[in-house]
Design a protein around this ligand. Structure first.
Ligand SMILES: Cc1cc2nc3c(=O)[nH]c(=O)nc-3n(C[C@H](O)[C@H](O)[C@H](O)COP(=O)(O)OP(=O)(O)OC[C@H]3O[C@@H](n4cnc5c(N)ncnc54)[C@H](O)[C@@H]3O)c2cc1C
Length: 384
C-alpha cells in the first residue's frame, strides 16, 4: 500500500491549490453574499481542465484518475463549497453519467462541450414528494410516437437556472416504482421546460444556483433516452456513486479549511496572557479535528483508489461520504466555537463553513441513507 501521491498527483494538487487559494478563496464570501458566482469562474475551471478532469481524452477530458479528481474537489472545496458543488453536479452527476450510460452519439455530441464549459449540466431527480424515496417519484414520461411527453416538478436542482442540458428522471409506469424510472437528456430550451429560482434563502451554498423545474408536456425525442426505459434508477444511482466521491472530497476540503482557519486564529489571539493555542483543551480540540480529517481523507482516497482499480465501490463511497461530511460538520462546529464570538460573524470564514457543511449531510443521499446503503451491503437487508 502506497500512501504517497504520485508526482503527477502532487503536481495537480499544487496547481489546484494555487488556483483555489488565489482565484476562489478571496472571493468566496462576496459570492456567498451576492448569492451567485461569476460565469468567469466556470470558464477558468474549464481552462484548467477541471470540468473534464476524469473524462477520457477522446471525449475532451484530461484522463485524470479518481484519486486526482478527489484531490481537485478537495482543494476547490477547501476554498468554496458552492464552486465545488457546481463541479460535483456538472462533472460528477452529469458528464460522468453520460460517459457511463450514453450512446456513442450522445457522448460525442455532449461530453467535449461540457468539458469546455460551453454548455452547463444539471441533474433533476428530487421532487417535492420524492427525495430519499426516488422510487415514489411522480414525474411521468408518456410515449407519443417517436417522442415522450415529460410532466412533473423537480426541486433543489443545482445549476438548474443556468444549465443548457438537464438529466431528467421520470417514470414510464408509476406502478413499477423504481423499475419505471427512466432517464432523459433534455435541452433546457425544449418547449414545456420551465424553471425558476427556489423560494427562500438557503442556509449554505448561497452562491450556488438552485432551481425549481416544471415540466409541462415537455416533448423530447426518443433519442434523448439515457439508458433504456426502466433503467433510470440504475442510471441515477450510478451517477451518485461519482457525485458522492466529490461530496466526500469536498467535505475533506471544508474540514481542512476549518483547521487552517483555527491555526491562523488560535496562534494569534491571546487570553489570560497567552496564545489560545497554548491552552491544552484547545490543543485537544485541534488534535481531534486533525485525526478526523485525516481519517476522512483516507476513506475518500481509498474509495477513489478502488474506483481506479475498477472495483465496485458503492459501500466504500457511501462510507467516505458519510464519515467525511459528519467529520467536517464536527470540525466546522468546533471551529466556530474556538473562534469565540468572532466565529459567529461573517467577518471570519468559519461561519460560512458551518452553514455550508450542513447541506453535505443532506444532498446526494442523507447520512441516514448512506447508513442504509452500508448496512444493506453488510447485512443483505432491503433485498426483496
Ligand atoms: C444544497 C442542496 C443541493 C441539492 N442539489 C440537488 C440536485 O442538483 N439535484 C437533485 O435532484 N436534488 C438536489 N438536492 C436535493 C437532495 O438530494 C434531497 O434534499 C435529499 O435527497 C433528501 O431528500 P428530501 O429533502 O426530500 O428529504 P427526505 O427524503 O424527506 O428526508 C427527510 C429526513 O428523513 C430521513 N429519511 C428519509 N428516508 C428515510 C429512511 N428510509 N430511513 C431513515 N430515515 C429516512 C432523511 O435522512 C432526512 O433526515 C439538493 C439539496 C440541497 C440541500
Amino acid at each position: 500500500m502506497d500512501f504517497q501521491l504520485s508526482p503527477l498527483q502532487k503536481e495537480l494538487q499544487a496547481r489546484m491549490r494555487a488556483f483555489a487559494q488565489n482565484e476562489v478563496a478571496p472571493f468566496a464570501r462576496q459570492w456567498d453574499e451576492n448569492r451567485a458566482m461569476p460565469r468567469e469562474i466556470i470558464r477558468r475551471l474549464a481552462e484548467l481542465g477541471v470540468l473534464g478532469g476524469p473524462l477520457p481524452r477522446e471525449y475532451g477530458g484530461q484522463g485524470w484518475d479518481y484519486v486526482s479528481t478527489a484531490i481537485a474537489y478537495e482543494e476547490i472545496g477547501r476554498a468554496c463549497s458552492s464552486t465545488r458543488g457546481f463541479i460535483a453536479v456538472h462533472l460528477g452527476l452529469v458528464s460522468m453519467c453520460i460517459k457511463d450510460w450514453g450512446t456513442e452519439e450522445q457522448k460525442r455530441a455532449l461530453l467535449p462541450r461540457l468539458a469546455r464549459g460551453e454548455i452547463i449540466g444539471c441533474y433533476a431527480l428530487t421532487e417535492p414528494n420524492a427525495g430519499s424515496d426516488v422510487g415514489s417519484m411522480e414525474s411521468t414520461a408518456t410515449r407519443d410516437g417517436d417522442h415522450y411527453l415529460l410532466n412533473g416538478t423537480k426541486i433543489w436542482i443545482s445549476n438548474g437556472n443556468i444549465a443548457d442540458v438537464a438529466l431528467v428522471f421520470a417514470s414510464v409506469d408509476r406502478s413499477l416504482k423504481h423499475r419505471g424510472v427512466t432517464a432523459f437528456i433534455v435541452e433546457t430550451s425544449a418547449p414545456g421546460f420551465h424553471r425558476e429560482k427556489m423560494e427562500g434563502q438557503e442556509l449554505g451554498h448561497r452562491a450556488s444556483d438552485h432551481a425549481v423545474i416544471r415540466l409541462q408536456n415537455c416533448r423530447v425525442h426518443k433519442s434523448a433516452l439515457l439508458g433504456k426505459e426502466g433503467e433510470g434508477f440504475k442510471v441515477a444511482m450510478g451517477a451518485l456513486d461519482h457525485g458522492r466521491l466529490g461530496v466526500a472530497a469536498g467535505a475533506v476540503g471544508v474540514a481542512q479549511a476549518c483547521i487552517d482557519a483555527c491555526v491562523e486564529f488560535l496562534t494569534k489571539r491571546q487570553q489570560f496572557g497567552q496564545r489560545l493555542a497554548d491552552f491544552q483543551m484547545v490543543q485537544q480540540a485541534m488534535a481531534d479535528m486533525f485525526v478526523e480529517t485525516e481519517a476522512a481523507r483516507l476513506l475518500t482516497y481509498k474509495a477513489a483508489a478502488l474506483k481506479d482499480a475498477g472495483v465496485r465501490t458503492t459501500s466504500e463511497t457511501s462510507a467516505a461520504k458519510l464519515y467525511a461530511t459528519e467529520a467536517a460538520s464536527r470540525a466546522a462546529s468546533k471551529a466556530v466555537f474556538l473562534h469565540g464570538s468572532y466565529g459567529y460573524t461573517n467577518l471570519y470564514p468559519v461561519e460560512r463553513y458551518y452553514r455550508d457543511i450542513k447541506g453535505f449531510e443532506i444532498y446526494e443521499g442523507t447520512s441516514f441513507i448512506q447508513r442504509i446503503i452500508i448496512a444493506r451491503d453488510l447485512l443483505g437487508t432491503g433485498k426483496k
